[in-house]
Design a protein around this ligand. Structure first.
Ligand code: AMP
Ligand code: FE
Ligand code: FE
Ligand code: ZN
Length: 283
């Protein structure tokens, strides 16, 4: 059996491995394929694909788009999108602008809360990649204001916390639309993060997304229990969605998540890659 990991971050967003390091790591742990799915950017895809060709590891181009949602966090993965698609590039530029405008708002709030972080400190930890809340959390930790990245999210940065500022400018419909028009397949990332504990509520949201063109669900995920995975698989089947899986690897930024294995129990078969390709009409 061949295995893959269809949800990985690099230094292009909030992961700690460069795209080349990520692909080498995938080879080291015996994966046949990986998808590079950085937050709101395709910057890491080219380098990863080059290294993948050198090492004989299949690299699926991807992107993870944050979209508006009223309860928890909704992220939509776009697989096999054309990196040169003008509409996608414009969309990502818009989201990146919204991110750039959001960071100073968060920093201003942190200053007011007595835990100041500067833009220079953020740029130093982001090493040229796109800045997100995990970088802010790291600086807060390094400066001793909090004990850990998770405490930084709990006390200051998570949705509803005092320094939180929203950034999503896309609706789920817009995200699915641009992914499709740029040749890709739209998959709902980590359904648990929607914050819907009742299966019926999840069913209702997925029914709506499926009607808007959603192609798949990331049923296999590091933070999903066996029970929740089964709920996701049943809903995916009900709405004719493909099933994918990934660890949400971030390297040292989330050391408890291992590439390809998540918290230890994850296994994503390469049949998921075939399902994505079939859905995209590539095979
Ligand atoms: P942003 O893209 O700036 O909205 O930040 C979102 C990212 O922060 C997610 O994709 C995760 O990588 C990370 N994140 C969100 N919540 C937490 C948390 N409670 N602890 C650690 N990392 C988190
Ligand atoms: Fe992340
Ligand atoms: Fe995500
Ligand atoms: Zn992710």
């Amino acid at each position: 059996m061949k295995y893959c990991d269809l949800h990985c971050h690099t230094t292009a967003s909030d992961g700690s491995d460069t795209p080349a390091e990520l692909v080498r790591q995938a080879g080291a742990v015996g994966l046949s394929a990986i998808a590079v799915t950085d937050h709101d950017t395709l910057e890491g895809v080219g380098e990863a694909m080059t290294t993948g060709r050198e090492l004989g590891i299949e690299v699926i181009p991807g992107v993870e788009l944050s979209v508006k949602f009223h309860v928890g966090n909704m992220h939509i993965l776009g697989y096999l999108v054309d990196p040169d698609c003008e509409e996608l590039q414009k969309t990502l530029a818009g989201v990146q602008k919204a991110r750039a405008e959001r960071n100073p708002v968060i920093l201003e709030r942190l200053k007011g809360l007595g835990v100041p972080v500067t833009m220079a400190e953020l740029e130093a930890v982001a090493q040229g990649g796109q800045i997100g809340r995990p970088h802010i959390a790291r600086v807060l930790t390094e400066k001793g204001y909090v004990r850990s990245v998770s405490q930084a999210f709990e006390l200051y940065l998570k949705k509803g916390a005092p320094a939180y500022a929203p950034k999503s400018i896309l609706t789920p419909e817009q995200a699915i639309g641009v992914i499709h028009r740029c040749g890709g397949v739209a998959v709902l990332a980590h359904p648990f993060s929607l914050g819907l504990s009742r299966p019926d509520d999840l069913d209702e949201v997925i029914a709506d997304l499926a009607q808007k063109g959603l192609d798949g669900m990331e049923c296999h995920y590091s933070e999903h229990s066996k029970e929740f995975t089964d709920v996701c698989l049943a809903i995916a089947r009900k709405y004719g969605l493909i099933v994918t899986g990934g660890s949400d690897y971030h390297g040292r930024a989330k050391p408890y998540i291992k590439l390809g294995r998540g918290k230890g129990g994850l296994r994503v078969p390469c049949s998921c890659v075939d399902a994505i390709k079939r859905r995209a009409g590539r095979v």
